[in-house]
Ligand binder design. Sequence first.
Ligand code: ZN
Length: 388
Amino acid sequence: MIKIVKNAKVFSPKYLGECDLVFDEKILYVGKEISANIFPFDIEIYDAKGLYLIPGLIDPHVHITGGGGEGGFATRTPELKVSDCVRNGVTTVIGCLGTDGITRSLENLYAKAKSLEFEGINTYIYTGSYRIPPITFTGDLMRDLVLIDKVIGVGELAISDHRSSQPTFEEILRIVADTRVGGMISGKPGIVNFHVGAGERGIEFLFYIVDKTEIPISHLYPTHMNRNEKLFESGLEFVKRAGVIDLTALQPTEFGKENTDNDFNSVKAIIKAYENGLIDNITISSDGQGSLPKFDKDGNFLGLSVGSVDAILYTLKKTVEKGIPLEEALKIATSNTAKVFKMNKGYISEGYDADFVLIDFESWEIKNVVSRGCFLMKEGVMKSFIFE
Ligand code: ZN
């Protein structure tokens, strides 16, 4: 069914001014003052006067089935709720396993991704896991990529972390090579998402792959790159070589307290990338439903809190408050991410998927969300799909 949103101030993420938007599952037209009378049938009209319209946020690293467990079974974290995504403008998630690949399964990850899709948002998953040998559906990463529709890449594979399986360079290289070729065969991007820990080696192995092999840098996608300033600096070097790095968004609260500004964090990282003219190769993810454990310097577990998908919108807000233009900040959660994964998303432009958010930027309150052409909220409340 064709619908129109009228009088919205559109960020594509570039600012287009006040526009009307005609869409079904795809955006059909973006322009000025479209009259509903030109259609020979009834169409749904949403008056967005006073609101901004931005592309739906893409969150490329979410533990949709929960994560955690670093402090024993009592520290397992819960599954993602679709309402948390919708309330925070997230219309696309990529699900992954985390540290625990034993009690969390790929089969469950797949089923959860299907369920979230049924409830209205767009979902993909990574095959593989933290550990090597990787967990797979079919016994082989390349087969997973080729044969399983939702699988978009491999990850999160842990490196330079005390929780990693201490993979060798050759082991990592084989995984990247298989992911690339699996992607080629299936027409997918074939991305390996690396969980980068706080270890001294940082992304050394990724630079070796770029320097010593034929594999293009576009298949390497390290995350948590704002973990500390030194790691982020090496990330900027990676970006200067045309790589893309992912930041972990600032959580509004951690351990029950509002996050303070003191440590190095994603807001500071985004500002630095912007000042260096490198923001086009930066993306952001929430690490939603993952555990955010704290360890002492000897690696002893101190406690954990749970990541939330609301961190992306919160980080964008903090970034804009620090003076980064909205259209630049928006890119890191929309068009930049879509480019990494070759998704037909991330822009408000004809032919792109109709995934967008209507937001009041005075209060940063989300008023409605459209995913694959459907409104997901009614009078500010998430619609229920299961009982409708
Ligand atoms: Zn991680």
